[in-house]
Design a protein around this ligand. Structure first.
Ligand SMILES: Nc1ncnc2c1ncn2[C@@H]1O[C@H](COP(=O)(O)OP(=O)(O)OP(=O)(O)O)[C@@H](O)[C@H]1O
Length: 600
């Protein structure tokens, strides 16, 4: 290790520290390689030179020297020329040799630059053939790497000029700050653009390597660098720009899936927003249809979708047959010694027992039609983490009848009865001798039930054999207020009524596997026949499996945008494990929820 210079500097402490460091660090360094590395690093000549420079600079910083001249390089050059003609002494030869060394020349050039404070890069000379009226032309040079430029161009219909149509946020052009939407492109790498189609120019750009020179006439539109607030939305539909004939530039489009979180980076254009997928490493935005534009498109397409849905529905006749099976609380409610009051089947879609259509349910039909009028495009979201001690989100389970929602609820209640709860329903039927009010049901009179319906107290209700049954909002509140996670399975059209800041529903769709897998996994499973009030069961039929799969498809296509988690109930243990994990995450981790749920 070279000896450390004892500099005439101001910080002898620094030298001492450097000299002492290797031996001081030695006890903490385990491998000999690391030790050698440290010795080499601290003994490195360039490090010592750097410290010397640092000291000198510090010294001069204090004395604040001003340059005597700012043309040292040319002075040295002239001197060399003069001396070269003369018969030289040894000293002259030495001076000539010194002044002609490249690093001395560079040093003097840098000296002059500093003296002149001339730090700007040298720009290429302006073309000689500029028109008089082209005085506002700009020559821009960008160095292109593999990344696209992040700008789109178009031809102005009136003037024929090639204009920069938009600059993609976060892209190379945007980051340069040199090109703006509305600028007129005159030349690319010296090639005039006036006789070129936009596609040809794009091709020239794509083929260019390294530096690209643009000649542009800046647009008249004043650039106001707007600091837009950060907007995040959840996409409620799948989008592929390649399939979109309306997008102005497919290459600039951003593909996303239903449920993706998009960071909206610009809404300057009412039709095409700029967005990137949250968490994506690329800084560059892509084009996505704006909410208004997409809503308009969906609205135009909707009659077809409605027709298809109803055709499918009427063929399979699921649309109106809802079943309310009461009296099946049976032993399941008490399994594992856990009394699970109100644990019963809820009003879910069924095709079974067609004869019993008289057990019709309230607003279902109307609501389905209403749902078709909703156009799911984007929903503004924000990050949310349940504050400790705050109420839990309502857990809403959705799925076709027989898929296993009751099984999932039962398992959750058994594994942690202190943590999970279910709402106790109301009924207007008389209480049976073995029942207690507020345990199996809240027993109320028919007139009171009707008054509560009128006052919108029920999130769902139905009539069966002249008696009302229903679940009230207050019964959900009662579970939540006990600091429990309230489990609630409903028909999907009810979800939207629960989507409030109060309940913040976490919607889980339990989906059946294929008919083949259902056949394999449900060999011995039983479903309710709905043939009587006693909860009689039967084995699944092939028709039940098919119905389950088709109903699930309909539910997913109509309500899929409201599902936060989709679980395929193939193997029960695996499906239950997935549900538990999802619920744990929602309770403890940060996730996205609609913005409206966080302002109260
Ligand atoms: N993954 C599975 N593998 C095998 N059997 C299952 C599975 N999931 C549920 N089952 C069984 O299927 C039957 C129907 O399940 P469950 O009663 O939970 O359905 P459900 O969705 O509540 O339907 P419904 O609303 O008609 O009662 C039960 O016997 C249940 O044990």
């Amino acid at each position: 290790m070279p000896a450390l210079a004892t500099g005439a500097g101001h910080e002898p402490g620094l030298y001492e520290l450097l000299a002492a460091l290797p031996s001081q660090l030695q006890p903490h360094v385990s491998s000999p390689e690391d030790n050698t590395f440290l010795q080499d690093m601290f003994g490195e000549r360039s490090l010592h030179s750097l410290i010397k420079i640092h000291e000198r600079l510090q010294h001069y910083e204090e004395t604040k020297p001003v340059p005597v001249l700012d043309n040292a390089a040319s002075l040295a050059h002239n001197l060399c020329e003069e001396l070269e003609g003369r018969p030289g002494s040894g000293e002259i030869r030495e001076l000539l040799k010194l002044l002609s060394k490249p690093h001395v020349k560079s040093l003097l050039t840098i000296h002059d630059m500093v003296a002149l404070k001339s730090y700007d890069p040298e720009l290429p000379p302006l073309p000689d053939d500029l028109d008089d009226d082209e005085d506002s032309v700009k020559i821009i040079r960008l160095v292109k790497n593999k990344e696209p430029l992040g700008a789109t161009i178009m031809r102005d219909d009136h003037t024929g000029a090639i204009l920069v149509a938009r600059i993609m946020r976060g892209g190379a052009a945007d980051r340069s700050g040199l090109i703006h939407a509305g600028d007129e492109l005159k030349e690319v790498n010296g090639i005039p653009t006036d006789d070129k189609k936009p596609e040809e120019i794009i091709r020239i750009l794509a083929q260019s390597q390294g530096a690209i020179t643009f000649k542009v006439v800046p647009g008249t539109k004043a650039e106001t660098p707007t600091k837009e607030p950060k907007v995040f939305v959840k996409a409620l539909f799948d989008y592929d720009p390649k399939e979109d004939s309306a997008i102005p530039c497919k290459e600039a489009g951003l593909a996303f899936k239903k449920g993706s979180i998009l960071h909206i980076m610009s809404q300057d254009d009412a039709t095409w927003w700029q967005a990137k997928i949250e968490g994506d490493a690329s800084p560059r935005a892509g084009l996505v249809p704006s909410k208004q534009f997409q809503e308009r498109r969906f609205a135009m397409r909707r009659p077809v979708a409605t027709l298809q849905f109803h055709r499918a529905s009427s063929k399979r006749s699921y649309d109106v047959t809802f079943e309310f099976a009461e009296d099946i609380e049976e032993d399941a409610e008490c399994s594992g010694g856990v009394h699970v009051a109100g644990f019963r089947r809820s009003f879910r879609l069924s095709r079974r027992d067609k004869k019993k259509t008289n057990k019709s349910m309230y607003e279902s039909k109307k609501s389905e039609m209403y749902d078709m009028a909703d156009v799911p495009t984007y929903e503004e979201v924000t990050q949310y983490r349940r504050p400790s001690g705050a109420k839990h989100r309502l857990v809403v389970l959705i799925g076709p009848t027989g898929v296993g929602l009751a099984e999932m609820k039962r398992k959750l209640l058994i594994c942690d009865p202190q943590h999970f709860g279910v709402p106790i329903p109301h009924t207007s039927r008389p209480k049976k001798s073995q029942e207690s009010d507020g345990v199996e049901y809240h027993f109320i009179s028919k007139s009171l039930f009707e008054a509560d319906i009128h006052n919108n107290k029920f999130i769902e209700y139905g009539e069966y054999k002249g008696n009302y049954y229903g679940t009230s909002l207050d019964s959900l509140r009662s579970v939540v207020s006990k600091n429990k996670v309230c489990l609630f399975d409903v028909q999907p059209h009810v979800i939207k009524h629960l989507r409030t800041a109060e309940f913040k529903p976490f919607v889980v769709f339990v989906k059946p596997p294929s008919v083949e897998r259902l056949r394999d996994t449900r060999k011995n499973a039983k479903i309710l026949t709905g043939k009587d009030d006693k909860g009689s069961t039967k084995l699944f039929t092939e028709e039940d499996f098919e119905e389950m799969v088709i109903t699930a498809q309909s539910m997913e296509s109509q309500y899929g945008h409201l599902f936060e988690k989709v679980i395929v109930n193939d193997d029960l243990t695996a499906a239950f494990g997935e549900l538990r994990l999802a619920l744990k995450k929602i309770e403890a981790e940060t996730h996205w929820v609609p913005v409206s749920w966080t302002h109260s």
